[in-house]
Design a protein around this ligand. Structure first.
Ligand SMILES: Cc1ncc(COP(=O)(O)O)c(C=O)c1O
Length: 342
C-alpha cells in the first residue's frame, strides 16, 4: 500500500468489468472489458482517476486554476475542465495543433464546461518547447488576474497522476479474484504512459497475479524507451517501491500504431464496428479502437492464444468519433445504414 491522498471524484465505486459473450465465442478467447469509460463526470474516461490525486494536490497547494496541455483531441483536457467545473476552479487548456482548422468535439465540450482553450498553431519547431512557452505565457496572464495556477502535465502523467491507475490495478485485481480470472492479461493503451505505469506499479508492487500488456497508440521511439525507465525510477524513489524494472520489463506492443497518433484507420474503424455490433460498447478511433484492433490482430497472429483470458481496459474517448477527420471516414462507410425517404 502506498501512502496517498485524493479527492474522491468516482465516489470510491469500482467501474464494472463486463464479460463479452458474443466476441468471446467468435474469437475463441475469454474476453472481458473494464469500463473506465463509465467514470461519472465530463463524459467519462481514464483521466478522472488521475485527476482525483492531482486535484487533491492542487487544493493542498491553494490552487484556483487548473492549467493543462494537449493536442486538439485531448480527452485529458476535457476531464480537467470537468473537474474544474465540479470543484469550483477555473480551467485553461493549451492546445497546439494545425490551426486554423476544426474545433474538435473535445474542445467544444471543454468550452461547454466553461474552460478556456488556448489554441496555438503548430509552427513546426520543437513541440515541447512550444507547449512550455505558450503555457508559461498563459500562466502569467492568469496570475495577473489573481489566480493561483496548478500545472498538470500532458495526460496527467506524472508521479501523482499515475496513482489513479495504481489504485485501479488493485481494483481490477480484486474484481478478477471475485470473477475467478486471476490468470488474465490486462491490455491497456499507452499514450503519455501514466495509465500503463500506474497499472504496472500497482500490479507488481501489490503482488497481483494479473499480466499486463500495453498497446502503444503513438510511435514508441528511443526517447520513449528512455522516458519509461526514468518515469518508473521517479515513482520508485518518490514512493519507496521495493520492485525494480528496466525497459524489457515493460511489455508494450509497438507494432499497432497504424500511421500515427489519432490517424484515421480502416482496421480501427472495423474493430469499433465489431465491438459495437456484438456487444453494444462504443470505442473511440484514437485510443480504444486501436487497442481492440491490436488485440484482434494478436489473436489472428496467435500471439494471444485460444482460451486465454483477456481484460481490455476501456479508457473512454468517445467524443473522438465526432472529430471531423474521423467523422468523414465513418460517414463514408456507414451511409449504407441510413435510409433516406424524400
Ligand atoms: C481515451 C484514452 N485512452 C487512453 C489514453 C492513454 O493514457 P495515457 O496517456 O495515460 O498513456 C488516453 C490519453 O490521453 C485517452 O484519452
Amino acid at each position: 500500500m502506498l501512502q496517498r491522498n485524493k479527492i474522491s471524484i468516482l465516489d470510491s465505486q469500482p467501474t464494472p468489468i463486463h464479460f463479452l459473450p458474443t466476441l468471446s465465442k467468435e474469437l475463441g478467447v475469454e474476453l472481458y472489458i473494464k469500463r473506465d469509460d463509465l467514470t461519472p463526470f465530463g463524459a467519462g474516461g481514464n483521466k478522472l482517476r488521475k485527476l482525483e490525486y492531482l486535484l487533491y494536490d492542487a487544493v493542498q497547494k491553494g490552487a484556483t486554476t487548473l492549467l493543462t496541455v494537449g493536442g486538439a483531441q485531448t480527452n485529458h483536457g476535457r476531464l480537467t475542465a470537468a473537474v474544474a467545473a465540479k470543484y469550483g476552479m477555473k480551467c485553461v487548456i493549451v492546445s497546439i495543433d494545425d490551426y486554423p482548422g476544426e474545433i474538435s468535439a473535445n474542445i467544444l465540450l471543454d468550452a461547454i464546461m466553461g474552460a478556456e482553450v488556448v489554441l496555438k498553431k503548430n509552427d513546426g519547431s520543437d513541440i515541447l518547447l512550444q507547449y512550455a512557452e505558450t503555457a508559461a505565457a498563459v500562466k502569467v496572464r492568469y496570475e495577473a488576474m489573481g489566480e493561483k495556477v496548478y500545472e498538470i502535465p500532458m495526460g496527467g502523467s506524472n508521479t501523482v497522476g499515475m496513482l489513479g491507475y495504481y489504485e485501479c490495478a488493485e481494483e481490477i485485481t480484486a474484481q478478477a479474484k471475485e470473477i475467478g480470472i486471476e490468470d488474465a492479461i490486462l491490455y491497456a493503451g499507452v499514450g503519455s504512459m501514466g495509465t500503463y505505469m500506474g497499472l504496472y506499479c500497482g500490479l507488481k508492487n501489490e503482488g497481483s497475479p494479473l499480466g499486463l500488456t500495453g498497446i502503444a497508440i503513438l510511435p514508441f521511439n528511443e526517447d520513449s524507451d528512455k522516458h519509461i525507465v526514468e518515469y518508473f525510477n521517479q515513482i520508485k524513489e518518490e514512493y519507496n517501491l521495493t520492485i525494480n524494472a528496466s525497459r524489457q520489463d515493460f511489455n508494450i506492443e509497438t507494432g499497432y500504431i497504424r500511421g500515427g497518433y489519432n490517424n484515421p484507420d480502416a482496421a480501427v474503424r472495423s474493430a469499433i464496428y465489431r465491438m459495437a455490433r456484438a456487444e453494444a460498447i462504443i470505442l473511440d478511433p484514437c485510443y480504444t479502437g486501436k487497442v481492440f484492433a491490436g488485440i484482434l490482430d494478436m489473436i489472428d497472429e496467435g500471439r494471444i492464444k485460444k482460451g486465454e483470458k483477456v481484460i481490455m481496459l476501456h479508457t473512454g474517448g468517445m467524443p473522438g468519433i465526432y472529430t471531423k477527420h474521423h467523422r468523414v471516414e465513418f460517414e463514408k462507410e456507414l451511409i449504407d445504414h441510413v435510409t433516406i425517404i424524400e
